[in-house]
Design a protein around this ligand. Structure first.
Ligand code: PXP
Length: 240
């Protein structure tokens, strides 16, 4: 299982004072040195954290891979086609939300998403759809030629009772297996942390996790190198 780091909140911290530091681009380059497998950024329409300058510099400078999270809107699709990230992950976006709140409804938006995928494929950009662990949504993603899905793990992360944790993990496991059978790549993310990853890594069919908040928050206390290496250690030796 690979581990990509979402660095949006470094840009949030920078923007809090309208300053140039901390620079998310410099942060990404350090994260790569410490072993992350990719960098994830969400270029939101409201530009509340990552901006276009960040995306373009990341494209030029990082040596792992760039996963651009984005809404399926014309302005951002144009930027994605121009920047050509290794992956464009389509997420739902609402201005009032604190963070992405759930998966995109592929079934209800199928013709728009089909067109979005065609446009991105035309610019040689592979596409992932951020969706709930729901077999019908996965079938729809495959039907419109998505390359990957990213399974929303927020319900697993928020589960409290042992029974709910087990059920949510099982939903993800079944969804990942189903997606793999259809030939889709399978990523996962949202709310994953140093505790809930220990059980999560047992799901064989997940290619990559995208983690932001937990690792960035830990890096404030222990430094980025330790925060990244601790997460990689959990992925490699979950039972330690
Ligand atoms: N994947 C997607 C699609 C997201 O929107 C986010 C949050 O920006 C993440 C993964 C990472 O979530 P977290 O910050 O909770 O690790």
């Amino acid at each position: 299982m690979r581990f990509s780091l979402n660095i949006d909140h470094i840009a949030t911290l920078r923007n809090a004072r309208g300053e140039v530091t901390p620079d998310p681009v410099a942060f990404a380059l350090m994260a790569e040195q410490f072993g992350v497998d990719g960098i994830v950024v969400h270029l939101r329409e409201d530009r509340r954290h990552i901006n276009e300058r960040d995306v373009r510099l990341l494209r030029e400078l990082i040596t792992t891979k760039l996963d651009l999270e984005m809404a399926a809107v014309e302005e951002i699709i144009d930027i994605a086609c121009d920047v050509q990230p290794e992956l464009a992950t389509i997420v739902p976006e609402r201005r009032q939300e604190l963070t992405t709140e759930g998966g995109i409804n592929v079934i209800d938006n199928i013709s728009h998403l089909r067109k979005t995928i065609e446009t991105l494929h035309g610019a040689e950009v592979p596409v992932s759809l951020f969706i709930e662990p729901d077999l019908n949504q996965i079938d729809a993603a495959a039907e419109i030629n998505a390359d990957f899905i990213e399974i929303h793990t927020g319900h697993y992360a928020n589960a409290v009772s042992e029974e709910d944790i087990y059920d949510e993990l099982e939903r993800v496991r079944v969804a990942a297996k189903h997606a793999k059978k259809l030939g889709l790549g399978v990523n996962a993310g949202h709310g994953l942390n140093y505790i809930n990853m220990k059980e999560f890594v047992a799901i064989d069919d997940i290619d990559e996790v995208s983690i932001g908040h937990a690792v960035l928050a830990r890096s404030i206390f222990v430094g980025l190198e330790k925060a990244v290496k601790e997460m990689k250690e959990i992925i490699r030796y979950p039972n330690k």
